[in-house]
Ligand binder design. Structure first.
Ligand code: GLN
Length: 199
C-alpha cells in the first residue's frame, strides 16, 4: 500500500487520514522532518494556513517540506493546504510563508467575509461520475494560474462563477474545498492513484 503522510500541525488531519485509509493507503502523521522519510505522498489538510505555516517554520519543517515537494513527492492540499502549496498569496500577512509547488496566485478568504461557507456542485476533471459536492469554508480561490497548471474545476453560478477551485501541476493537486468532510471519496481516490502511479 502507498504510504501517505498527513501534515499534522493543525487542521482536519483525522478526516483526511480516515478517507485515505479507506482508499487503501497507509497513513502517518508528519510533525517532524524525519517523518517525511519513506513517504510516497503527502497531504496538507484544511485548517488555518497562517498557523500551520508558523508551526512548520518553528519546527524546522518548512524547508524539508519544500525540498520534498520540489523533489517530486506527490502532494494534495485542501483549502488551507491549497494556500500552503501556492507559490504566491493575496490577502495574506506579508510574512506568511508557503511550501509552494503550484505556479498559482491564491487569494485567501476569497469568497468574502459575509459568506463564511457555502456549498456547490463542481465538475472536476479526472473525477468520474458527476460533479463533486464541494464544501467551502472561508475558502481561497486560485486567482491566476501559470501555463504549467491544469485547471481541474471552477465554480459554476453565483457571484464566484468561473473562479478556479481545483488545480493540478504535475503530481501536486489542490482544491479550495474539503472533500474529506463530505463522504465523497473520489478526489482522495484520484490522489491515491496518482501516488501509486508515481511510486
Ligand atoms: N481561511 C483559512 C486560511 O486562510 C483556510 C480555511 C480552511 O482551510 N477551511 O488558512
Amino acid at each position: 500500500a502507498p504510504r501517505i503522510g498527513v501534515l499534522a500541525l493543525q487542521g482536519d488531519v483525522r478526516e483526511h487520514r480516515a478517507v485515505l485509509e479507506a482508499q487503501g493507503a497507509r497513513t502517518s502523521a508528519v510533525r517532524r522532518p524525519e517523518e517525511l522519510d519513506g513517504l510516497d505522498g503527502l497531504v496538507l489538510p484544511g485548517g488555518e494556513s497562517t498557523t500551520i505555516a508558523k508551526l512548520a517554520h518553528r519546527w524546522g519543517l518548512l524547508e524539508p517540506l519544500r525540498a520534498a515537494v520540489r523533489g517530486g513527492l506527490p502532494a494534495y492540499g485542501s483549502c488551507a493546504g491549497m494556500i500552503l502549496l501556492a507559490d504566491r498569496l493575496l490577502d495574506a500577512p506579508a510574512d506568511q510563508q508557503t511550501i509552494g509547488g503550484l505556479d498559482v496566485t491564491v487569494r485567501r478568504n476569497a469568497f468574502g467575509r459575509q459568506v463564511d461557507s457555502f456549498e456547490s456542485e463542481v465538475d472536476v476533471a479526472g473525477v468520474p461520475g458527476g460533479p463533486v459536492h464541494a464544501v467551502f469554508i472561508r475558502a481561497p480561490w486560485v486567482e491566476e494560474a501559470g501555463e504549467q497548471v491544469q485547471v481541474l474545476g471552477r465554480v459554476s453560478g453565483g457571484p464566484a462563477d468561473g473562479r478556479i477551485v481545483a488545480v493540478r501541476q504535475g503530481s501536486v493537486v489542490a482544491t479550495s474545498f474539503h472533500p474529506e468532510l463530505t463522504g465523497d471519496t473520489r478526489l482522495h481516490r484520484l490522489f491515491v492513484e496518482l501516488v501509486r502511479a508515481a511510486a
